[in-house]
Design a protein around this ligand. Sequence first.
Ligand code: TMP
Length: 211
Amino acid sequence: MKGKFIVIEGLEGAGKSSAIACIKALISARGIDVVTTREPGGTPMAEAIRECVKHPWQEDVAVETELMLMYAARAQLLNNVVWPALARGSWVIGDRHDWSSLAYQGGGREIPDAIIEPLRTITLKGFCADLTLYLDVDPAKGLQRAATRGALDRIELEKLSFFERTRARYLALAEADPNAVVIDSMQPMERVHRDVEQHINSFMDNHVPLA
Ligand code: TMP
């Protein structure tokens, strides 16, 4: 793969969208073509899956259904958008990726790793992000921010304890991954952006060949 895959992760209200806009501008400024994606979503079929997983169904949604839909959407996105873009030499910024399933379905829903792992093998085929920025926010604060954006979806309606387990898993994933960085998203926005900028610039300094 010629391009680089940078992923932004975080709970609802962590400020992913504005961080992504900032990262996109920094990478483009170095003359690199940038593609932005989101998960679940990012292709017509994966966007339909997104609608489906977020919809507040009048029936219980089995945790296995939710898990497999996330990986189905991811397979579409990787095959149709991410891998072709990286092969062309574009850089891809992902608004969520595999850590979201490990954190939300593994941590939040408490699905054992032994169940998630085969889906990861089938879908990712060993692929992983070159850099993950995890924007850490206290779940109560993040949900408060998310609530100002409008009606909450099926996942956002979960209890606080669900998001606490999700956050704990995110922090554990970040701790174990040398290609991941934790950014304190409870700081004022300018400081969050300053931290994002610092990490992205140093990543680019190490990975963009000098002209
Ligand atoms: P968002 O991108 O607007 O935050 O919405 C995506 C929602 O889906 C969010 O609640 C996190 C959740 N999600 C999972 O539970 N597992 C996943 O693998 C992904 C990609 C998202």
